[in-house]
Design a protein around this ligand. Structure first.
Ligand SMILES: [Zn+2]
Ligand SMILES: [Zn+2]
Length: 260
């Protein structure tokens, strides 16, 4: 009896649950191995407790070191990218269908005779629309986050308040206020880059004027600090979670921590 139970457990442990959507403690924060949800507390691969609180007890706090991390092209990052792409191909058709339904719903009053409308409009209008849509899918899937990497310096930080007069559903005017946080960079080839964040100054606050930065645009759209020595948290290059520099991998998305 006990043996079969043991065997069943082993079988179950062999196949990690597949992750399709979302995030949650799926990976060991120390060795990056896929973890079996809710089944054990100790990683079978590296022997450490998954809990940072327990495993980091007694280990003094440390920063992420000085210099750019050599782990930007690590296989864990490639795996993350692959999963992200997969999620895109699952969600994109769903979102397209929703958008198409909204358009049809908005047009409902203009369509009095469905049959003749469909017959008359589907071929000349629908055909090219489908082609454009498919092309957009293909293009977006191919180029998604495929920007060039560069090394550079933060040259300037700028905060701009912006207010816009808008109208609500009843036609009444109202003001919408937003704040734009802009980081200006100059890369080592002299080219300028900007990063604009609206109402969310996380990355803006993270960088100081004059500091050295590496942009990992090709894979993760991530800005890495050259000097990470004073950080007690390093943002995950995949999902953006705040990671302890003493851990090696993000427990949520499995990406390696970009430290030195
Ligand atoms: Zn482990
Ligand atoms: Zn992550």
């Amino acid at each position: 009896m006990a043996e079969t139970e043991e065997k069943r457990k082993q079988k179950k442990n062999k196949r990690p649950k597949k992750k399709w959507f979302g995030y949650g403690n799926f990976y060991c924060p120390f060795c990056g191995a896929r973890r079996n949800q809710g089944e054990e507390k100790i990683c079978p691969k590296c022997g450490k407790n998954y809990s940072l609180k327990i495993s980091l007890r007694g280990i003094p706090k440390q920063g992420g070191g000085i210099g750019f991390s050599p782990y930007a092209n690590h296989k864990s990052v490639m795996r993350y990218r692959k999963q992200e792409k997969k999620a895109f191909w699952i969600w994109a058709p769903v979102i397209s269908l929703i958008i198409a339904s909204i358009i049809l719903f908005e047009l409902r009053d203009k369509i009095y005779d469905w049959q003749s409308f469909l017959g008359a409009a589907l071929v000349p209008v629908g055909g090219p629309l489908v082609l454009i849509w498919l092309f957009w899918f293909w293009w977006y899937g191919m180029n998604y986050k495929k920007y060039k990497n560069w090394d550079g310096v933060v040259t300037r930080k700028e905060i701009k308040e912006y207010d816009e007069t808008k109208r609500d559903g009843n036609g009444n005017k109202y003001q919408e206020y937003s704040t734009f946080y802009t980081l200006y960079f100059k890369d080592d080839r002299g080219k300028e880059h900007t990063l604009v964040e609206r109402d969310m100054p996380q990355r803006f606050d993270f960088f100081e004027e004059g500091e050295r930065v590496r942009y990992h645009g090709k894979y993760t759209n991530y800005y890495e600090k050259y000097d990470k020595s004073g950080l007690d948290r390093i943002p995950c290059q995949g999902c953006g979670a705040a990671l302890d520099p003493r851990q090696n991998y993000c427990a949520d998305c499995g990406c390696i921590v970009l430290k030195v």
